[in-house]
Each structure stands twice: as structure tokens, then as C-alpha cells.
Design a protein around this ligand. Structure first.
Ligand code: WT7
Length: 655
């Protein structure tokens, strides 16, 4: 292992990656969490989490930290009572921090709003009073489909305050997707907006929710925020304007405590088959871990930091690391409504410069997009306020990690690569920025109080250098409590694979390196088997992206008569690179050199676009259809449905 900091190392890929970046001494000295936390978490896991739960305000203290008697159905902080919203808002105002800005909201067209904790308390109280007036009671479900506007956060917190269970549905989801989620949860209220700003123009939103609510008998009212002022259809008696119902409410509201296991929200996530699963999270354990991990992983100093997580509230990252984790810690944060290239490709850097953002948390897919746009763009802005960078959502290839560190972090800021899932509720595996010697592309180690293992088919832990399945072998406070309305599916999906051992099966492949650090290798359904060798699509993609001409790559295993599966790579070249006769051979050879001849792609196809879901995940299933010369399957969850046509036409014209 080579220790480096400061200098530019040579680019490399995941399989041979050996660079290590030590935290700076002054960063470590001032860090919120030091190395001792790992020992505390291992010595007495329950005592450790009880200490973290004490970072919150409880109305009634718990009697028992963990009840795992009815595994896999967990109860944390049994008998404890708290109000989640009061923990995120009221207690900061009571502590005299009412004037601190909670949210620097930045609208896409350039409008903005600074919301202090005192403002937030007023807005959440008014919203809670309005929802009470509409007859909603603790335990009722509320669907929310909204853009990234402050009212979305007020709505979530008002639900939490009243013990209502929110189900946020990403703004880009179709009416059919919204409808099935409303039906599954039997939501009584839908909160939405007339429209939203995307890519420089207002786009309708209520049209979509109208289509959904035409067929959802459980919905009694639709509460509509006016954002764009566009024309909307109106159903009298059902539809209500936010400004007419919420604005006139009393500005105070007394929060009631709820049981630690009171449901907080449902969030739907797609599985490998069937309908989306309604992942259920509850109150005390969820907030404890969301809050602690935000404090520990980002080293948040609420008095001085300005934090920005670029996720949408429609995803778990938005729930845990825009709303509940940060606000419970009294953060000052940026919330941005729009797209990263509106009105120009430097928008994020401009926002960081203007608000002096010190902690920036984003996704590898966006980092690779920034790479494609060029390093000269961030170079035009003052990014010196940044001190911690985060990554989430998929394995980050070392190439992108290094680019992020050099071009955004000035070769100085630690990068935390955070592994977790909708189901885990909060970060599980990640470096700690003041402790960990980070390695590009590795999430490295389970956080204090968390236990993760890499095991083989039989559930036996593999040794250093070995690969297998990622499992969580101990319950954790923010774990999902089930799938809404489907206990059997909950058991089957997560707990049946290693039933005798009681492990949670994450669905991800992983390996230990020679130091015992964990490297995530992508979903196990994306792992290929070529001539009996297990090769991760991520590993091949990483190798491809480490070639200077490649901007982005997606790899699938296509069935092959001789080798079981053959590797097919779809590659987007960098803007400046022009393909010629030797490009394909060069790239195939490059992979063979980087990983080994067994990983050499059978085919490399040069394309202009890759099919992605709205959350940025590459839809390999569709690429597999192309690679296997099949009719292309269901494309309804694609962010841009024209992409598959583009790829097919592009390929025809080049072959
Ligand atoms: C899946 C969960 C967690 C919030 C966003 C995604 C992949 C997530 C990482 C990471 C490697 C990662 C896994 C996981 N994933 N973060 N840092 N390194 N893989 O939530 O939609 O529930 O997806 O995302 O495959 O299982 P999600």
C-alpha cells in the first residue's frame, strides 16, 4: 500500500487499485468521531446505539434498546416516545437557534428563499394544523409528489409531527406508478404542485397526479402548491390550494410524542421482480441512525458548515440526508430545485461558491457527467469552502473518485463513499473522514455499531482477498421494519437466503481486499459468469472508464454458447475522442491488460447514450436485450424513453 496525499497518482482501476489517502492531521484532530467509536460499537452494540439515541430528545425514555425476539421483525428503543419533527425543528428553536438558516433554498429560475429554524417551525406548524383540519389522524397515509421546493419538506415534517405516514413518490414517476403506490398504501391525502421548473422551463405536475387520482378512491383531498402558475384542471371539493388552506392556519402547534416504533414513512423501491416494495421505516431507531451517521460520516459542525446533498426527496437519500439526518443535527443546508446544467454546466459550482458549501454529497453518475463536461468548468469557481465530499448510489469507479478529489476537492478533501440502501434507512458502510485512510472505489468498513460481512454461498465469511455476497449479520436501528402489507415478501426477499444464520441479504456482491476493507461490486444480478469466472460488470466498467478516451461505460453479461456469458460493453467516448477502426480493439485490449484476459469484452459497442432510470441507474436489462439481439423489453422506467431508439439506430448505422 502506498500512502499518498497531494500529488496526482496515476489512474488505475478497481482490481489493481492501491492508492491510499490519509486524513490530514488537523482534520483528524477536530473530527466529530475518532477511531475509538469502532471499539465501543463492537464491545457493546446496544450501549453504543443507546448513547447515539441520547443525541435526540425523548419524551419518554425506552425500557429496552433492542427487542429481536421476533426476528426478522425488530423493535428498537422499546417503550420510548418522541416526536421526530420536534427533534428536527422545535428543539433547535428552544435551544436559541431560531435565527440559524436551516434551508438556503435555490430555485432553478434563480429565485431563492432563506428559511431559518424559527421560520421552519412556523411553516411546519401551519401545515400540521391544515392536515388536522382535513381530518387526518395518526397512522393515516399521505402521498407526496412534489418538486424540490420548501413545501415538500414542510409536508414531510408536518406528517412526522402528526404521526401520519408519508409516502413520497419521485416527481418524475408516471401517473401509473403514483397510482399503484397510492393504492398500495391507501393514502387519504395527496400533496403536489401545479408544476415544476426543469431544464429552464416550467413543466406540469398536477396533470400527472390528476391522471393518477382519477382512479384512487382512497384519496379524499389533493393539496396543491402553486409553484409555476401554470394552468391546472380543478376538481371542486377534492382539490385545495396550499396558499388558501395552509397560509391562514395558526402558527403554533403542540407536538405529541409517538412510540419509537410508530411508522414514519413508506418508500417504494423496485425489486428484481414484481411490484415495487413499500419499504417501511419507523421513528426512534430510524432517526437515531440517520442523525448519528450524518454527524459522523460528514463530520458535520452545525455552527460553521454549509451542507448540500444533491439528491431528490423522492429517494431515500433525500429522506435521510436532506430531511431527517441533517435537520435533526441543526444543519444549515442548500436545497436546489433544478437540473445541474441549467442555465449552464457550472450551476453546482456556482451554488457552492455563493453559499460557501463545505460538505457536498452527490452520486457517481453525476460525477461522471461532470467529467464529460470537462474539468475546466469547476476550475472557474472558488470551491475552497469544501472540506468533505460524499458519494452514494452505486460503486464509484476509481477514475471518477480521483477526478472528484482533484477537480472538486483540490486534492485535499476526504471523500466518503457511502454504501447503504432504501432498506437500511441510513449509511452502513463508509469511511469516517477523520479516521479512515481512504481508497478510491472502496466504501471500506462498516460504521461503528454496524456489522457487515462478505460471505460465500453457504454463508461462510470469505477471507482477505475473497469475494462473495454482502450480508448484515446484526440488526441495526434504522433497518426496515417490513414491506408494507407483505410480511412474507419481507422474509423471502431479505432473510431467506441465509435463513439459518439470520443474515440480512443485501443483494450486492462485495470483496475484501488484502487489508480486509470492503469493495462493493454491484448488484449480484449484475455479476457475470464467464467460463466459470465471476466478473463484476462494475469491474469491467471501471477498467473501460480508466481509458483516457472513455467517458462512460455499461457492461452486461450476454448469454454465450461457449463461455456461459460473454461480456458486452456499451461505451460513450469523451467529446474530444473520435472513434476509428482501432478503437474497439484498443478498448478490448485495455480491459484485458487492466483485469486479465478473462475479462476481455466479447464486443465493445460505441454509443451516444446509455439507458438510465430517473434515479440514474443504468438499465442493464435493456442493454442485455440489445446484446442478445432480442426485442427490447419494458422501457417505462427510463428517464428518457428515446434513448433505446438512439442506441439501436446508432448501432445499425455503424454495423
Ligand atoms: C443499492 C441501493 C443508498 C441510497 C441510494 C440508493 C447500490 C448504493 C453504494 C455505494 C456501491 C452502492 C447498491 C445498493 N449502492 N450506494 N456507495 N457503493 N453500491 O438506494 O435505490 O435503495 O439502492 O445501490 O447496489 O444495494 P437504493
Amino acid at each position: 500500500m502506498t500512502e499518498q496525499s497531494g500529488q496526482t497518482p496515476t489512474l488505475d482501476n478497481l482490481s489493481t487499485e492501491s492508492r491510499v489517502f490519509a486524513p490530514a492531521d488537523d482534520f483528524s484532530a477536530a473530527a466529530n468521531v475518532g477511531a475509538a467509536a469502532y471499539e465501543q460499537g463492537t464491545a457493546d452494540r446496544e450501549a453504543f446505539w443507546a448513547e447515539q439515541a441520547d443525541r435526540l430528545s425523548w419524551d419518554t425514555r425506552w425500557e429496552r434498546v433492542l427487542d429481536w425476539d421476533d426476528a426478522p421483525f425488530a423493535k428498537w428503543f422499546v417503550g420510548g416516545k418522541l416526536n421526530v419533527a420536534a427533534n428536527c425543528v422545535d428543539r433547535h428553536v428552544e435551544a436559541g437557534l431560531g435565527d440559524r438558516v436551516a434551508i438556503h433554498w435555490v430555485g432553478e429560475p434563480g429565485d431563492s428563499r432563506a428559511i431559518t429554524y424559527a421560520d421552519l417551525l412556523r411553516e411546519v406548524s401551519k401545515t400540521a394544523n391544515a392536515l388536522t383540519e382535513l381530518g387526518l389522524e395518526a397512522g393515516d397515509r399521505v402521498a407526496i409528489q412534489m418538486p424540490m421546493i420548501p413545501e415538500a419538506i414542510f409536508s414531510m415534517l408536518a406528517c412526522a409531527r402528526l404521526g401520519l405516514v408519508h409516502s413520497v413518490v419521485f416527481g418524475g414517476f408516471s401517473s401509473a406508478a403514483l397510482r399503484s403506490r397510492i393504492d398500495d398504501a391507501q393514502a387519504r391525502l395527496l400533496i403536489t404542485s401545479d408544476g415544476q421548473y426543469r431544464r429552464g422551463a416550467p413543466a406540469p405536475m398536477k396533470d400527472n397526479t390528476d391522471e393518477a387520482t382519477a382512479h384512487t378512491p382512497s384519496i379524499e383531498h389533493v393539496l396543491v402548491v402553486r409553484r409555476t402558475g401554470g394552468e391546472v384542471k380543478w376538481t371542486d371539493g377534492r382539490d385545495l390550494w396550499w396558499h388558501e388552506v395552509v397560509d391562514r392556519q395558526a402558527e403554533t402547534h403542540e407536538a405529541q410524542p409517538f412510540d419509537a416504533e410508530h411508522p414514519l414513512f413508506i418508500l417504494y423501491t423496485s425489486g428484481t421482480t414484481g411490484n415495487p416494495k413499500g419499504i417501511l421505516h419507523t421513528s426512534g431507531g430510524y432517526l437515531t441512525q440517520a442523525s448519528y451517521t450524518h454527524h459522523a460520516v460528514f463530520d458535520l459542525k452545525p455552527e460553521t458548515d454549509v451542507y448540500w446533498c444533491t439528491a431528490d426527496i423522492g429517494w431515500i437519500t433525500g429522506h435521510s440526508y436532506i430531511v431527517y439526518g441533517p435537520l435533526s443535527n441543526g444543519v444549515t443546508q442548500v436545497v436546489y430545485e433544478g437540473t445541474p446544467n441549467t442555465p449552464h454546466e457550472g450551476r453546482h459550482w456556482e451554488i457552492i461558491q455563493e453559499h460557501k458549501v463545505s460538505i457536498y454529497y452527490t452520486a457517481p453518475t453525476l460525477i461522471r457527467t461532470f467529467m464529460k463536461w470537462g474539468a475546466d468548468i469547476p476550475a472557474r469557481y472558488d470551491l475552497s469552502s469544501l472540506r468533505v465530499l460524499g458519494s452514494v448510489g452505486e460503486p464509484i469507479n476509481p477514475e471518477a473518485w480521483i477526478w472528484y478529489r482533484e477537480n472538486v476537492g483540490a486534492n485535499r478533501t476526504p471523500i466518503v463513499d457511502t454504501w447503504w440502501q432504501t432498506e437500511t434507512g441510513a449509511i452502513m458502510i463508509s469511511p469516517l473522514p477523520g479516521v479512515t485512510h481512504t481508497k478510491p472505489g472502496s466504501a471500506q468498513r462498516a460504521l461503528p455499531g454496524i456489522s457487515a460481512k462478505v460471505v460465500d454461498d453457504q454463508g461462510v465469511e470469505v477471507g482477505k482477498g475473497g469475494g462473495g455476497y454482502l450480508v448484515l449479520d446484526q440488526p441495526w436501528p434504522s433497518m426496515l421494519r417490513g414491506i408494507w402489507g407483505d410480511n412474507d415478501r419481507y422474509r423471502d426477499t431479505y432473510w431467506s437466503r441465509f435463513a439459518d444464520l439470520g443474515f440480512y441479504f443485501a443483494g450486492d456482491g462485495a470483496k475484501y481486499d488484502a487489508d480486509g476493507d470492503i469493495w462493493l461490486l454491484g448488484r449480484v444480478d449484475d455479476v457475470m459468469n464467464v467460463s466459470g469466472h465471476r466478473i463484476s460488470t462494475t469491474e469491467v466498467e471501471s477498467a473501460l472508464v480508466s481509458h483516457p478516451t472513455v467517458a462512460e461505460a455499461a457492461v452486461v453479461g450476454a448469454s454465450d454458447p461457449t463461455t456461459g456469458q460473454g461480456i458486452v460493453a456499451f461505451v460513450i467516448l469523451r467529446g474530444s475522442a473520435k472513434p476509428d477502426d482501432s478503437t474497439v480493439k484498443t478498448l478490448r485490449d485495455h480491459v484485458a491488460t487492466e483485469i486479465g484476459p478473462i475479462a476481455k469484452p466479447r464486443q465493445v459497442l460505441i454509443v451516444n447514450e446509455l439507458p438510465k432510470t430517473r434515479s440514474g441507474k443504468i438499465m442493464r436489462r435493456l442493454l442485455r436485450d440489445v446484446a442478445e439481439n432480442r426485442a427490447i423489453g419494458d422501457t417505462t422506467t427510463l428517464a428518457d424513453s428515446a434513448v433505446m431508439d438512439l442506441i439501436s439506430t446508432g448501432l445499425k448505422s455503424t454495423t
